[in-house]
Design a protein around this ligand. Structure first.
Ligand SMILES: [Zn+2]
Ligand SMILES: [Zn+2]
Length: 326
């Protein structure tokens, strides 16, 4: 069944998922809020478990204080923030959709034609052996890349050591370029993360080193195998329209892609319109999310984009059917 074939939002919230293995169910916020108007749903936010600046519990409380009903915590290549976020969500009565943002690539594995692609995975079972193994590989490879990046920065005259980067990463499960950027900011070498990426650390910048990521198709396969639903994050952001073609999206759809993150701050109105048409043609769901990183990224305030509650209901039902994690 196409995700778009269910049009009206259900008047009754989906039934709770019984499972002895799962943590206690959170209070279904739909019940409380449905009468007050449309739900406010943000399906893409980051915590300190990856490169966000809000700890997972604070992030949940911030979302609740703003009035959001549902957030998906989608840290990069890690489920590490979900336990703390889940407990906080339970306490305040917000619904937490467990998620992650899986790093993948388009084109060859390495070299100038290899392009990063991000797959949001919703409702994945966190103990799925293949997905767990892949996540470990991705995180290890990212960690091992950091000294290489530091060497290149030293070549450009920026003195910085690994301990400074690790201090910025704090408890993050995945140490990466954003933390390196934070260390540069702390040293006064750049003014903020955006400048660090624009001048040095970006994918087309002078400081680069290969790391392991799966192909986008394999990322979708892994998310599906773990009972989850895969949504392509910010498909055409930052110039990606040049390589993310409709034909390539059709291939990914064959692998079981669930949706496209059409409404993202980095997409223009025209891109959103054309991505919507594409999603419609391919039978993909359309999601709308902020990609909030706290102070880690400007212009992505929490709740900036809202996913249609009807789409969320389809996603939730799909996860129930697939025995995903809810
Ligand atoms: Zn992303
Ligand atoms: Zn993100």
């Amino acid at each position: 069944m196409s995700p778009m074939s269910i049009q009206p939002a259900p008047s009754v919230p989906p039934p709770p998922v019984p499972s002895a293995a799962r943590p206690p169910r959170r209070r279904p916020s739909q019940l409380l809020r449905a009468a007050k108007g449309p739900l406010w749903i943000d399906l893409h936010v980051h915590s300190t478990a990856s490169d966000g600046t809000d700890p997972p519990d604070q992030l949940v409380r911030r979302a609740h204080a703003l009035g959001l009903d549902v957030i998906a915590l989608t840290d990069h290549d890690s489920f590490a923030g979900l336990a703390a976020a889940g407990a906080a969500a339970e306490a305040v009565g917000l619904e937490l959709m467990p998620g992650l943002e899986l790093s993948a690539h388009h084109g060859p594995a390495h070299g100038p034609d290899s392009r990063p692609v991000h797959l949001l995975g919703y409702g994945c079972r966190p103990d799925h052996p293949e997905l767990t193994a892949e996540l470990k590989l991705i995180r290890r490879s990212r960690r091992e890349r950091t000294p290489k990046l530091l060497e290149q920065l030293a070549g450009l005259g920026f003195e910085l050591d690994l301990a400074e980067v690790e201090a910025q990463a704090g408890s993050a499960a995945a140490v990466g370029r954003p933390h390196l950027a934070d260390a540069m900011v702390a040293r006064g070498q750049v003014v903020d993360r955006d400048q660090a990426f624009a001048l040095y650390l970006g994918d087309d910048g002078p400081v680069r080193a290969d790391r392991h990521t799966p192909t986008a198709a394999r990322a979708v396969d892994l998310i599906r195998a773990a009972g989850g639903c895969a949504v392509l994050a910010h498909p055409w952001a930052r110039g990606a329209e040049a390589w993310i073609s409709p034909a390539w999206l059709a291939q990914l759809t064959q692998h079981g892609l669930f949706g496209l993150e059409v409404d993202h701050v980095d997409h223009s109105a025209d891109q959103r319109r054309r991505l919507r048409q594409l999603a419609d043609r391919l039978g993909l769901a359309v999601t709308s999310s902020s990609d909030y990183h706290g102070r880690g990224r400007k212009g992505h305030p929490l709740g900036a984009e809202r996913t249609d509650p009807a789409v969320y209901a389809v996603l939730r039902q799909r996860l129930v059917d697939q025995k995903g994690r809810l």
